[in-house]
Ligand binder design. Structure first.
Ligand code: PEP
Ligand code: MG
Length: 766
């Protein structure tokens, strides 16, 4: 049975379209189960009907024509019960519905199983037989297994817009019916919406198609390779320069990573060796690049797997020069307008292909919000969708598309209504941002005089610049791992000192909260691989740096030295689970302080705080608070750990509920406990910048909120338009409610009633 199943699955996955896949399924199942009929009925949720889409055994001309309502027949019963129905005398069943067009009257036995994908009914798979008999358990399990496979295939076809059009009634469809817009889901890479034309970038040359070839004259091939290498270096430098106005020196370091990969001691040596051994330059290059890529792809860690992309990009560039095809992919960049750059695998280098003034959005089939290109896109403010796995990207070139970077969605061939809808969001976003600019120098103070400072989260230099423009009063979270991720080795104490000095100087005299290195989980460094089965429950944050005091001490010393004369540094510890970790970290921080004093620096001991982002910390707030100067809630991780939902896994994304009552109870407990021991407490997770969330957090008594610069003006506008009393009443109401959805819609409605529809509506989405 397993073998049969394996063969069918293989055949189905190589089918060219949905119709083809369905035909394969019905034919093979009928054969494998030695039955007389196998059919697939697909469910159309709009018309609420089942349509016969493929059959072996019933009349072929009934396909695409015969349909049943959702409550009709045994098929309707299987669908509504969402479980298999296995009977030996179908015609005698009260639900039996006779369809003369299919010629099914002589069939007695019926086994139908629902086809369900992500809780959604997609259709019913049926086998029938002339004799009266009950299908046995193994036949039933084969059909259930097959239907689970089929559900994935149908969902994929639907996602790629390939689903066969189902009639909305039994009336024939008009021939010229416009096709629906196709919607593809990915992950939000950078917020915002962009409307424009898709420009598909393909790698200029295809490494995998290069063949091996023996050569007589290695010297000639070596010469070609050197020239290609030199041209690639020049090209990467040129791309880097094109982006230099957009990126800070630290972000530009990414291009140095590329250039370093090209240096003589790395890739080059291995390629030259193979050329010396008699392989032509292209073959030698392919062998070496593939070996590196294979090595990186095998890594468990998502960040390290991303590095395979950088290497492929690099190898492809060199190959293009070897093949004499390099150069800009677009013939006339001047002609490009409103460009949505689409690629199977976007790389940082590709961003340089089109001037940023013309870029409206970015889309990548592969990659995640952790990819370098997403980090750069966020810094540059370009709406981006990553990991759109179902996207037939090669068919998109020249098509009108919309990028929704808030939701991680790409829409191709938008209908007039959708286009209008998104254009409104875009215009509204621009207008809203412009209107909110007047609040820049106004305090975040409620109508009844309660002041709550709004700080920002930063990582790149660009974030810091935008934060200042938007009136940030300090930095509540500087993610120090970001500059570490843009390099190919640990930055030295001196380099770190320079990076940190920039941040501290930009915001002085306002405080800057620097979080110690928070790597592990989904954030790894190419040069410090961490391979684990459960990275979010593994070697993360403070656990790594306490095990490597040399890394921790260098970082703390660099932060302290950078703050000399400014004294606006605050140090924050991530992923704290127990008081021992705080004691150990404090011991190292005091040691670093005395070391820098010994070196002659004149620096006050900075304030030290801990992040509350693990459930155990919630239950030890007092013990933790008594050891440090402040607390800050990492609501992103706290939600992930309280609800046991991986924050990066799209499969369980709908279970990651920001307003889950358990999360709100934990947040309230933290605020109450911190107040009881007199320690300031803030929130620096996404919830703080959520226009709905900020109201509850203010009401809970949080002393400060830290968020991304984009949302700061919206949050300020809301807080300035309500009273604390009103927010407290709303909080009391929502704390009585058991459902996250109801809580969210209740806050939404309340804010709408207060006149904040524009901020929290589509144009004001967080
Ligand atoms: C958090 O977990 O809420 C947080 C602010 O940290 P990060 O998102 O960097 O893990
Ligand atoms: Mg965190």
């Amino acid at each position: 049975m397993l073998e049969v199943l394996r063969r069918i699955v293989q055949e189905v996955s190589s089918a060219t379209d949905l119709g083809d896949a369905l035909r394969v399924v019905v034919a093979r199942i009928r054969e494998a189960m030695s039955t007389e009929v196998c059919s697939v009925y697909l469910y159309d949720s709009e018309s609420k009907r089942y349509l016969l889409m493929a059959t072996e055994g019933l009349k072929a001309d009934a396909v695409g024509k015969v349909s049943l309502t959702s409550s009709q027949g045994l098929v309707g019963l299987v669908g509504s019960r969402a479980e298999p129905i296995n009977i030996d005398n179908a015609p005698s069943h009260p639900k039996f519905h006779f369809l003369s067009e299919t010629g099914e009257d002589p069939f007695m036995s019926f086994l139908g199983v629902p086809i369900i994908h992500n809780k959604r009914l997609m259709g019913v798979l049926v086998v029938q037989q002339r004799d009266s008999r009950q299908f046995d358990a193994s036949e039933e399990s084969l059909l259930v297994t097959m239907s689970a496979q089929l559900a994935g295939v149908i969902a994929h076809a639907e996602a790629t817009g390939n689903i066969l059009d189902l009639p909305s009634s039994e009336a024939p469809e008009p021939q010229n019916k416009p096709r629906k817009s196709a919607r593809f889901n990915g992950a939000p890479g950078a917020p915002g919406v962009g409307l424009g034309t898709a420009y598909v970038l393909n790698p200029a040359a295809d490494l995998s198609s290069v063949v091996d070839r023996s050569i007589e004259d290695p010297a000639e091939e070596l010469e070609k390779f050197e020239q290609a290498l030199e041209s690639s270096r020049a090209e990467i430098r040129r791309l880097g320069e094109q982006l230099s106005n957009e990126l800070s020196p630290e972000e530009m370091a990414l291009f140095d990573v590329y250039l370093n990969m090209l240096n003589d001691n790395a890739l080059g040596v291995e390629v030259r060796n193979r050329i010396q051994e008699g392989q032509w330059a292209q073959g030698a290059l392919r062998q070496v690049i593939m070996q590196y890529v294979g090595h990186f792809q095998k890594m468990e860690d998502a960040y390290l797997r991303e590095r395979a992309t950088d290497i492929t990009d690099l190898g492809t560039r060199i190959l293009a020069h070897l093949q004499g095809e390099a150069g800009n992919q677009f013939d006339d960049v001047e002609m490009i307008e409103d460009c949505i750059l689409v690629s199977e695998e976007l790389t940082p280098g590709m961003l340089g292909e089109v001037p940023t003034s013309k870029l409206r959005g970015l889309v990548s089939v592969k990659g995640s919000s952790n990819s370098h290109v997403a980090i750069l896109a966020r810094a540059m403010g370009i709406p981006t969708v990553m990991g759109v796995v179902d996207l037939p990207h090669n068919q998109l070139d020249g098509r009108e598309v919309i990028v929704d970077g808030y939701r991680g969605v790409l829409i191709s061939r938008p209908s007039a209504e959708l286009r209008e809808h998104y254009q409104e969001i875009y215009d509204e976003e621009c207008a809203l941002q412009a209107d909110l600019e007047v609040l820049r120098d106004e305090p975040a103070e409620t109508l009844d005089g309660h002041r709550i400072p709004l700080w920002v989260n930063t990582g790149l230099l660009t974030d810091a610049l935008r934060s200042l423009e938007r009136g940030a009063e300090g930095v509540g979270l500087y993610r120090t791992e970001v500059p570490f991720m843009m390099r190919d080795r640990f930055p030295s104490e001196r380099e770190q000192q320079q990076i940190y000095r920039q941040q501290l100087e930009m915001f002085a005299p306002s405080p800057v909260t620097m979080r110690t290195l928070d790597i592990g989980g989904d954030k790894a460094l190419t040069y410090f691989p961490i391979e684990e089965a459960n990275p979010f429950l593994g070697w993360r944050g403070i656990r790594v740096t306490l095990d490597h005091p040399e890394i921790f001490l260098v970082q703390i010393r660099a932060m302290m030295k950078a703050s000399e004369g400014l004294n606006n540094l605050r140090i924050m510890l991530p992923m704290i689970c127990s008081v021992m970790e705080v004691d150990e970290a404090l011991h190292l921080i005091y040691r670093a302080h005395s070391e820098v004093l010994e070196e002659g620096f004149d620096i006050d001991m900075p304030e030290v705080g801990v992040m509350i982002e693990v459930p155990s910390a919630v239950f030890q707030i007092r013990e933790l608070a008594l050891r440090v100067d402040f607390l800050s809630v990492g609501s992103n991780d706290l939600t992930q750990y309280l609800l046991a939902v991986d924050r990066n896994n799209p499969r369980v994304a709908d279970l990651y509920q920001t307003f889950h009552p358990a999360v709100l109870t934990a947040l309230k407990t933290i605020a109450d406990e911190a107040r009881a021991v007199g320690k300031p407490v803030s929130v620096c997770g996404e919830l703080a910048g959520n226009p709905l969330g900020c109201v509850l957090l203010m009401a809970m008594g949080y002393d400060m909120l830290s968020m991304n610069a984009t949302n700061l003006p919206k949050v300020k506008s809301i807080l300035r338009g309500i009273t604390r009393d009103w927010a407290e009443k709303l909080l009391n109401q929502v704390m009585q409610i058991e459902s996250a959805e109801i809580i969210a819609s209740m806050i939404h409605l309340s804010l709408e009633k207060e006149g904040f529809g524009r901020i929290i509506g589509p144009g004001g989405r967080g």
